[in-house]
Design a protein around this ligand. Structure first.
Ligand code: AMP
Length: 282
């Protein structure tokens, strides 16, 4: 396994590798867990070379967000990647990625006026900008993204299509703890009490799915059921509970077709997100 920290080195290596190999790319911010491993394993199954990037991208964090508190442990991540037979880890510094203030930035125009795009202004511009850089550095054939960050999947689909990147986007299902909590690097920043409460988020989403499958179509009723559940069972503050079409993220009158139910809950030190995507035949 190669660890590469320099952009020019990564570009030189990939230029050679691309001649005879398909390249899979798994972008991450590190502190790897089973969710990331699922992406890596899915990538390895269908590609010759798997490249994992580990980069906590400052420009996708707002001024009052957890950039400094975001957990980091490169030695641990390196050993996980070794065990998973990753071919290359791209681990640039912030100075390597952003040596100067950017003169050009990618501005996301759609699918960001709702959910995390609404609560985290500029977040998806930061994501789209760093991915544009990483796509040019790594030149992947396929990129693997988790459905845990469903809005990111929707935004990156737009980025790839609008900017004509010759890259196939492969969404990967959310990996969960045994109690249903979506695996996240941020879970370590929950207090023990919050960790006990947090599975209520997925339980409430699963219950919403059940009532929809039993015939409930009224969005307000579904949202209020999820809200009651989370408010009763956790000490967190609800940032949003919303239902949209997926991947367009358009408002809908009633539950129909492919939809996302998405939730964000703010705990003391950490904001958790989760979602379910389901298709309802009318
Ligand atoms: P992050 O390191 O949080 O930026 O995540 C890197 C990638 O892993 C993103 O595509 C995430 O959607 C994905 N990911 C994070 N958590 C999970 C999970 N629990 N299940 C599946 N994918 C995940």
């Amino acid at each position: 396994m190669k660890i590469i920290t320099q952009i020019h080195e990564m570009q030189a290596l990939v230029k050679e590798l691309k001649k005879n190999n398909s390249i899979a790319f798994v972008p991450t911010m590190g502190y790897l867990h089973e969710g990331h491993l699922q992406l890596i394993r899915t990538a390895r199954r269908s590609n010759d070379i798997t490249i994992v990037s580990i980069f906590v991208n400052p420009i996708q964090f707002g001024p009052n967000e957890d950039f400094d508190a975001y957990p980091r442990d490169f030695e641990r991540d390196k050993n996980i990647c070794l065990t998973e037979d990753v071919d290359i880890v791209f681990y640039p510094s912030v100075e390597e990625m952003y040596p100067n203030p950017l003169s050009v930035k990618v501005l996301v125009q759609a699918r960001t006026d709702v959910l995390c795009g609404d609560s985290r202004p500029g977040h998806f511009d930061g994501v789209a900008t760093v991915l544009t850089k990483l796509f040019h550095i790594i030149l992947p054939d396929r990129v693997y993204l988790g459905m845990k960050d469903a809005q990111q999947v929707a935004v990156v689909e737009g980025l790839i299509s609008d900017f004509n990147f010759p890259i196939e986007l492969i969404p990967v299902a959310t990996v969960r703890e045994a109690d249903g909590l979506a695996k996240s690097s941020r879970n370590v920043n929950l207090s023990p009490m919050e960790r006990d409460q947090a599975p209520a988020i997925y339980q409430s989403l699963s219950e919403a799915k059940e009532i929809i499958e039993d015939g409930e179509k009224n969005i307000e009723k579904i949202v209020s059921r999820v809200r009651d559940n989370i408010e009763t069972k956790t000490s967190g503050t609800i940032d949003y509970i919303e239902i949209y079409s997926f991947p367009e993220l358009q408002r809908i009158e009633k539950v129909q077709g492919k939809i996302i139910i998405a939730v964000a809950v703010q705990f003391t030190k950490v904001r958790l997100i989760d979602n379910i995507v389901l298709t309802i035949e009318s």
